[in-house]
Every structure is written in structure tokens, then in C-alpha cells.
Design a binder for this molecule. Structure first.
Ligand SMILES: Nc1nc2c(ncn2[C@@H]2O[C@H](COP(=O)(O)OP(=O)(O)OP(=O)(O)O)[C@@H](O)[C@H]2O)c(=O)[nH]1
Ligand SMILES: [Mg+2]
Length: 224
């Protein structure tokens, strides 16, 4: 094991990117309620809402626990896992660092700084906000160029909104082959999206180049 591996406090680092107000911070807090975020109140409304926007980063820690490697498993917040570790004796446990970045284009320098040692990417897009297609494409291109060939899973977020388009339409917006429907406000769907990425990461680690058909994995896999 290299010195860097020994110093790392996680097994996999997931970089969460995407355009302004897509749902990156919401996703990370859904998965880890104790996540920390450096953000500020927005000065003006965006699409009728005055929310917060990330100016620094989000940092969440979760553990992916499975009884066997082929299972989907559970995503447990790190502090909860630490408290209840005896319940998971004999399970496979992988520590995951979730690193969210700002979506505003001018914070590119922050996105660049946060990338090191990432193992996979969740690219979050608001399926109800076609006005952000240009920024989403720019951030996707920036991400693909910077990372080379680590797994990037595209997420069509806010599927709960009546004005959202389908995940297939979001994939077409981005020019990618697939996109996964999700609502970051719903913990279960956030968890499924993260697990799909983690399975892609593990496929590469163990040399399975076929990858998963994402929607098929959700419907067929045993949970724990
Ligand atoms: N309806 C709905 N609203 C969501 C969802 N996810 C996030 N939101 C809302 O969208 C707004 C932006 O969410 P954030 O998580 O702050 O988005 P972000 O991508 O971190 O935004 P920046 O930090 O500005 O790049 C907030 O008002 C959230 O409550 C979702 O799945 N459904
Ligand atoms: Mg944010």
C-alpha cells in the first residue's frame, strides 16, 4: 500500500459537479446530514426562489456497506456507521468522500482545486431548467477534459418537479448516452445514483470493462 493510500481517510472520492442550482449541495446533505458546506445566501432570486449558493465546497462522508460485493448495499452516513459499527461486522465497508463544488461558472478555479484524487464524478443537471444547458455542457466538457477516463455518471435531477423533462432528454441536452433520473431531496433516489457510480468505479478497479446498464442495475439488484 502506498503512503498516499495510507494517508487517505477514504476508499473512494466522488466529485459532485454541475451547473448553478442543479442540486449538488442538496444531494450531499441528503446522503450525509452532517455534511459541511461553504455557501452564501443568494442576493437575487433564481427561478422564483432565493436559496443559497456554494462559494467554497461541500464535504460529506458516507460508508457503502454490502453483505457481498455483487449487492447494491446501503449508504450510511459516516457518523452513524461509526456509532453502529458492530451491526455491520463481516460486511464489506468502503468509506466514501463526497466533494461538491460551486456551479457558478466563474468559480472554475475552485472546481479545479477540488479535483485531486477523485475516483468518479456525479454530474448533476436540473431537468426542469433548460436555461442551464449551456453552462451544463461547459462544465461537462471541463470535467471530461480534466479527468480523462474516470467514470462520470450524468444525473437528471429534480424529477419530482412537474416541469422536468425525462432523463433521456437530459442525456440529449448533454450529448451523452445516458442519464439517471433522481430527486436529490429524496434520500433513496440519491443513494441509488451514488451506488451506480460506485459500482462503475469498482468495475474499473476489478477490470470489468463491460460496465453496468444503470437502470437495469437499479431494478434487478439485491439491496444489501
Ligand atoms: N424540487 C426539487 N428541488 C431541488 C432538488 N434538489 C435541489 N433542489 C432545490 O434547488 C435549489 C438549489 O439546490 P442546491 O443543492 O443548493 O444546488 P447546487 O447545485 O448546490 O447549487 P450551487 O451551489 O449554486 O451551484 C434549492 O432551492 C434546492 O432546494 C430536487 O430534487 N427537487
Ligand atoms: Mg451548492
Amino acid at each position: 500500500m502506498s503512503i498516499i493510500k495510507k494517508l487517505k481517510s477514504y476508499d473512494y472520492k466522488v466529485y459532485v459537479t454541475g451547473p448553478f442550482q442543479a442540486g449538488k449541495t442538496t444531494l450531499i446533505h441528503s446522503l450525509d446530514p452532517k455534511a459541511i458546506s461553504i455557501e452564501r445566501d443568494m442576493k437575487e432570486e433564481y427561478r422564483g426562489e432565493k436559496s443559497t449558493t456554494t462559494t467554497g465546497f461541500d464535504l460529506g462522508r458516507v460508508v457503502w456497506v454490502r453483505k457481498e460485493s455483487g449487492f447494491m448495499g446501503l449508504i450510511v452516513p459516516k457518523d452513524e456507521y461509526t456509532r453502529e459499527v458492530s451491526e455491520y461486522e463481516g460486511w464489506i465497508a468502503k468509506e466514501i468522500e463526497l466533494r461538491g463544488v460551486p456551479g457558478q461558472l466563474h468559480f472554475k478555479f475552485v472546481r479545479d482545486t477540488m479535483r485531486s484524487n477523485s475516483d468518479g464524478v456525479l454530474m448533476i443537471v436540473d431537468s426542469s431548467d433548460p436555461g442551464m444547458i449551456g453552462d451544463a455542457s461547459a462544465i461537462l466538457a471541463e470535467t471530461q477534459t480534466a479527468f480523462g477516463d474516470i467514470p462520470i455518471v450524468s444525473i437528471a435531477n429534480k424529477q419530482d418537479r412537474h416541469d422536468s423533462v425525462s432523463p433521456e432528454d437530459v442525456a440529449n441536452w448533454l450529448g451523452v448516452s445516458e442519464s439517471i433520473g433522481m430527486s436529490a431531496q429524496n434520500r433513496e433516489s440519491s443513494k441509488d445514483a451514488l451506488i451506480l457510480l460506485l459500482r462503475r468505479i469498482e468495475d474499473i478497479t476489478v477490470g470489468n470493462t463491460e460496465g453496468d446498464d444503470l437502470q437495469k442495475v437499479i431494478s434487478q439488484s439485491q439491496y444489501i
